[in-house]
Design a protein around this ligand. Structure first.
Ligand code: PLP
Length: 456
């Protein structure tokens, strides 16, 4: 990392840039990332770091890729931009939409392209409302999601997000957004309760909420198959089977947010396949383009597409779309990404490396005196640090134990992320090797040992 000298990039960053997820008065020294290679990024001094979170859970093919760079360049030379309004289209938009319909884990009919996960989820909320207006159910508008779920940051998607830090002082959640509990057995299961019984209790809580609100007022439930930013929460066995039964009974749409889980992250192509979810609507982004360019997609089932079409016909046009919906350059990069996943067997290789990651984290860290829980699937994992293993008690937030481990590992060349309850998240590029995973775990173990020795 670079000390801030006048006119350095770091100093000008401090002067001019407003950053997401930073306390601007905490004098955080900017980390200037200069280049990337494989799973590593480099700082201004040329030091290298394995990025064990793939940036923001997104750089699935790492930080350099000739094929993707070429796909962008060639598309820019051919058609650098065109919009998708009023019937205009372009080849990458069409090819990508068709491919995503083929790949979908449950039958989908059409695809709407946007630029970010937030835009895609925001689009879904509007589509769900539009759909219920089309069906003459103007009351059926409430959206359910889960505490600690993360679905984006626009006014509406921050309302779906269940993290207090994204609500406080922003005047969200807006009305019509409801949250149920985080399905985290490790903390929320009762003494003596089985995972299955806990799942039944979560389903009952959901049912009770829908009944109390009135099923005629509840439209959809958003879910990340495995929660990422909320601390890698893998719901208990039978949870999805049970909550989907509740949602179907009350005619509430199932919306799968695959922004993190999609494209091999959890060991299958989709998180829905790993977890047994049959969505009516699916959102993907991040690994869709290996994060080389911003793009997201909403995959929509036929019943919804048809109702939306009827409503649109009655109104005269579909009054929703972004300037860059279906931009040909990110769409071309996304198509090339999907080809790379197929041709280079990235998804099946990631499933194998994912098994190694999960097994090694358990083998080497689960017994550590500071580690309460190790959870995950495929190449997404969470290691939760606790003050008391028997009581499953976390440290006080002010102890900053998770951020301390992240800082120690960063100083040793590994980038990690601290999530709620001092859960250290791992979500490395899908191309990571076993040796690189071992290096990450070595650094985590050393950091945990150091913290433990200072606590005694
Ligand atoms: N959904 C999930 C599950 C996410 O993890 C994120 C971002 O991390 C989003 C939605 C929002 O995506 P974006 O930051 O591209 O708006």
């Amino acid at each position: 990392m670079t000390a801030s000298i006048p006119n350095s990039t770091a100093a000008r960053d401090k002067a001019f840039a407003l950053h997401p997820f930073v306390d601007p008065l905490a004098n955080v020294e900017p980390f200037v990332v200069t280049r990337g290679k494989g799973v590593r990024i480099f700082d201004e001094e040329g030091r290298s770091y394995i990025d064990a979170v793939a940036g923001l859970w997104c750089a699935s093919l790492g930080f350099d890729n000739e094929r993707l760079a070429r796909a962008a360049y060639e598309q820019m030379r051919k058609l650098p931009f065109y919009h998708a309004f009023t019937g205009k289209t372009n080849q990458p938009l069409v090819d990508l939409s068709e491919r995503l319909v083929q790949l979908a884990p449950s039958p989908m009919s059409k695809v709407f392209l946007a630029n970010s996960g937030s835009e895609a989820n925001d689009t879904v909320i509007k589509l769900v409302w539009y759909y219920n207006n089309a069906l003459k159910r103007p009351q059926k508008k409430k959206i359910i999601s889960r505490m600690r779920g993360y679905h984006g940051i626009t006014l509406a998607t921050a309302s779906v997000t269940g993290q207090v830090i994204n609500h406080t002082s922003f005047d969200v959640p807006l009305a019509r957004f409801l949250h149920v509990q985080t399905p985290l057995f490790y903390h929320n299961g009762l003494p003596g309760e089985s995972e299955e019984d806990y799942a039944s209790r979560c389903a009952k809580e959901l049912d009770d909420l829908i009944v109390a609100e009135g099923p005629e007022t509840v439209a959809a439930m958003f879910m990340e198959p495995i929660m990422g930013g909320g601390g890698v929460v893998v719901p208990p066995r039978t949870y999805y089977e049970k909550i989907q039964a509740v949602l179907r009974r009350h005619d509430v749409l199932v919306v799968a947010d695959e922004v993190i889980c999609g494209f091999g992250r959890t060991g299958a192509y989709w998180g829905c396949q790993t977890m047994g979810i049959e969505p009516d609507i699916l959102i993907c982004a991040k690994a869709l383009s290996a994060a080389f360019l911003p793009i997201s997609a909403v995959l929509i089932g036929k019943t919804i597409v048809d109702a939306v079409a009827e409503e649109t016909h009655a109104i005269g046009t579909f009054g929703h779309g972004f300037t860059y919906s279906g931009h040909p350059v990110p769409a071309a990069v996304a198509l090339e990404t999907l080809k790379i996943y197929d041709e280079e067997n990235i998804i099946s290789r990631a499933a194998e490396t994912g098994q190694f990651l999960q097994a090694e984290l358990k083998r080497r860290l689960a017994g550590h005196p500071l580690v309460g829980d190790v959870r995950g699937a495929g190449l997404i994992a969470g290691v939760e640090i606790v003050a008391d293993k028997a009581e499953r008690r976390n440290f006080a937030v002010t102890d900053k134990i998770g951020p301390t481990l992240v800082r120690l590992c960063e100083a040793n060349g590994v980038i990690l992320r601290s999530c709620p309850n001092d859960t250290i998240a791992l979500s490395p590029p899908l191309i990571i090797s076993r040796a690189e995973i071992t290096e990450i775990i070595d650094k985590m173990e050393a950091g945990l040992d150091l913290i433990h020795s200072t606590l005694r």
